[in-house]
Design a protein around this ligand. Structure first.
Ligand SMILES: [Zn+2]
Length: 177
């Protein structure tokens, strides 16, 4: 067992202390530089990583604006109005259209006001019944989103955490000299 601060072998009981927010196992001499570490219910380091990750990922919240569907398809913009106009053009009431595609009137009304996003199956039924196009190829390919995700994970890996720890240890060592 070696001291994480000075690197010397720890004789006797190693001590856990907090130095600049990092928990370290140190020797009796280096323990004086930090505050005695009290074991929390959850490891302190782990929660701080999580916080860092969520803070460095503003991309997640922006992704929800356009509904994503499977097969890289997404709903056209203004799909609600498109459905309503097409239905009215065909002289169909909500009830007529509902009967035609086997869907509840309330669901159709919600879709037309864009309070509800139809799934792929329902969107395709509407496309057929109304002779319109509701599903289009997604502008952004899925790969782009995955790339964003992997970049996000890369921002703080366990390796980085270890590096931070080592750096802290080195800083402390320098101060000691
Ligand atoms: Zn030490």
């Amino acid at each position: 067992m070696r001291c994480e601060v000075c690197g010397k072998r720890i004789y006797g009981k190693p001590q856990k202390v907090v130095i600049e927010g990092a928990v370290m196992v140190v020797c009796g001499k280096c323990a004086k530089h930090g505050a005695i570490y009290h074991e929390p219910p959850k490891p302190k380091l782990k929660t701080s990583i999580k916080r860092n990750l969520s803070r460095s990922s503003p991309t997640v919240s922006t992704a929800k604006s356009t509904p994503k569907l499977e097969e890289n398809l997404e709903l056209v913009e203004g799909y609600g109005l498109k459905v309503r106009k097409a239905r009215e053009k065909l002289g169909l009431s909500h009830e007529d259209l509902g009967r035609k595609i086997g869907e509840k009137v309330s669901v159709l009304k919600k879709i037309e006001t864009e309070k509800m996003i139809p799934d792929n199956v329902l969107a395709k039924k509407l496309e057929h019944a109304l002779q319109i196009k509701l599903l289009v190829e997604a502008k952004e390919p899925k790969i782009k989103y995955e790339a964003l995700q992997s970049r996000r994970v890369k921002t703080l890996t366990l390796g980085d955490v270890a590096n931070i720890k080592t750096r802290k240890a080195e800083d402390a060592k320098e101060r000691e000299q």
